[in-house]
Design a protein around this ligand. Structure first.
Ligand code: HEC
Ligand SMILES: [Cu+2]
Length: 336
C-alpha cells in the first residue's frame, strides 16, 4: 500500500477518536449518571449491531439462493406457506422481545439518571442570553451567595440543579457528568448528578438561544468535600475591600462609570442584577461564559469592547479613559 494511503487511513481513524476523551465527552464518563447513560448506549449499540448483522446475513443468503421466477407465480405451495408463516411468527416474537428488552434497559437506566436524593446539595441555575447565573441557596440568607459561569461541587455527593431561564429556552449540558436538560421560561426543571472524580468539566448551552449561543459555556469544578466546604465559606463572604489607592479608585470608578447598574459586588454599593455577579470575579477561571480565560489582558479587552468579543451581548461598550480602565481592572482582579 502506498505510504500516503496508509497515512490517510491512520488519520481518518484517529481523527474521530480524538473527541472521545477529555473534559467534555459523553464517552469518558466522570459521573454516576453519565456512566449509566454510556452503559445504556452500549447495550443498545450491541443489540442493534446483532440485529443489523442478522438482517444483512439473511438478505445475502436470500439473494444468493434466489430461484428463477416460477412459471405460475399464483400457485399456492402449502408446505412453503406454512414454513414462511412459522418464520414470520418467530421473527415477530423476536422483534417484540428485543423492543421490550430495550425498553426495560432504558427504564432501568432512567431510574439512575433521574433519581432524586433528599440529601442532595441544591443549586439554582438561571440561563441568560448568554451566560449562566449560579445561585447557592441555603436556609439562612447568610449562607447563600451568587456566582456565574462556574459551578463548584463536591465529589461523591449528589447535586441537584433547579433550572430556570430569564429569557429564552436554553439547555444545560455537561456531557462528562450527565445528560441534557432544558431551561424553560416559567418552568422549573430539575437535574441531579454526582461527580465521581475531581476535575474541571466543560459544559455548554445545547439549545440555540440567539447569536451568541456558541459563547455560552461554563465549567463544573468538582473538588473534594473538604475543599468544597472551604470554597463555600470563602464565597459566602463579602468582597475584599481594596487596600491600595489604585484599588480604591477602581472601586469608585466601578460605580461612577455605571458598571454597578448591572453588576452586583456584595458588601459594596454595587447592586445591579442585569449582568453576572462579580463579588469574587478574581477567582473565576474564565470570563464571558467560558469565552476567554480570566486574566488582566482579557479583562481589559472585554471591558474595552465587549461587543467586539461577543457581538450582540447585553453589556454595552462603556467609554473609559485608559487610566480608569487600569484602575477598574486592578480592582476586579483583587476580588478573589
Ligand atoms: C447594561 C448592563 C451592563 C453594564 C452597564 C456593564 N455590564 Fe458588564 N456585563 C453585563 C452582562 C449582561 C454581562 C454578561 C455578558 C455575557 O457573557 O454574555 C457582563 C459581563 C461582564 C464581565 C464578565 C463576567 C463574567 O463572569 O463572565 C465583566 C468582568 C464585566 N461585565 C465588567 C463590567 C465593567 C467593569 C463595567 C463598567 C465599565 C460593566 N461590566 C458594565 C452587563 C453590563
Ligand atoms: Cu443558551
Amino acid at each position: 500500500m502506498q505510504v500516503w494511503v496508509r497515512r490517510v487511513l491512520v488519520l481518518c481513524t484517529i481523527w474521530p477518536l480524538t473527541a472521545c476523551a477529555g473534559r467534555q465527552s459523553a464517552l469518558d464518563p466522570q459521573g454516576l449518571q453519565s456512566g449509566q447513560i454510556l452503559h445504556t448506549l452500549f447495550i443498545f449499540l450491541a443489540v442493534s449491531a446483532v440485529v443489523w448483522t442478522a438482517v444483512v446475513i439473511a438478505l445475502c443468503i436470500g439473494m444468493m439462493r434466489r430461484k428463477r421466477s416460477a412459471d405460475r407465480p399464483l400457485d399456492l405451495h402449502q408446505a412453503f406457506e406454512e414454513r414462511s408463516g412459522r418464520v414470520i411468527l418467530a421473527l415477530g416474537i423476536a422483534t417484540t422481545a428485543v423492543v421490550l428488552g430495550l425498553s426495560f434497559v432504558s427504564y432501568a437506566g432512567q431510574r439512575t439518571v433521574f433519581a432524586k436524593d433528599e440529601k442532595a446539595h441544591i443549586l439554582k441555575i438561571i440561563g441568560h442570553q448568554w451566560w449562566w447565573e449560579v445561585r447557592y441557596e441555603a436556609d439562612s440568607p447568610h449562607q447563600s451567595f451568587v456566582t456565574a459561569n462556574e459551578i463548584r461541587i463536591p465529589t461523591g455527593e449528589p447535586v441537584r440543579l433547579e433550572l430556570e431561564s430569564a429569557d429564552v429556552i436554553h439547555s444545560f449540558w455537561v456531557p462528562s457528568l450527565t445528560g441534557k436538560m432544558d431551561l424553560i421560561p416559567g418552568q422549573k426543571n430539575e437535574l441531579q448528578f454526582t461527580a465521581k472524580n475531581a476535575g474541571i468539566y466543560r459544559g455548554q448551552c445545547a439549545e440555540f438561544c440567539g447569536i451568541q449561543h456558541a459563547h455560552m459555556a461554563f465549567a463544573v469544578i468538582a473538588m473534594s468535600p473538604d475543599e468544597f466546604g472551604r470554597w463555600r465559606d470563602h464565597e459566602n463572604q463579602s468582597a475584599n475591600s481594596p487596600a491600595d489607592p489604585l484599588g480604591k479608585q477602581g472601586e469608585a470608578l466601578f460605580r461612577a462609570r455605571g458598571c454597578a447598574l448591572c453588576h452586583n459586588i456584595s458588601g459594596t454599593l454595587a447592586g445591579g442584577q442585569l449582568g453576572p455577579d462579580l463579588t469574587h470575579i478574581g477567582s473565576r477561571t474564565t470570563i464571558a461564559a467560558g469565552t476567554l480565560p480570566n486574566n488582566s489582558a482579557t479583562l481589559g479587552a472585554w471591558i474595552a469592547d465587549p461587543q467586539h468579543i461577543k457581538p450582540g451581548n447585553l453589556m454595552p461598550r462603556m467609554p473609559l479613559q485608559s487610566d480608569e480602565m487600569i484602575a477598574i481592572i486592578h480592582y476586579l482582579e483583587q476580588l478573589k
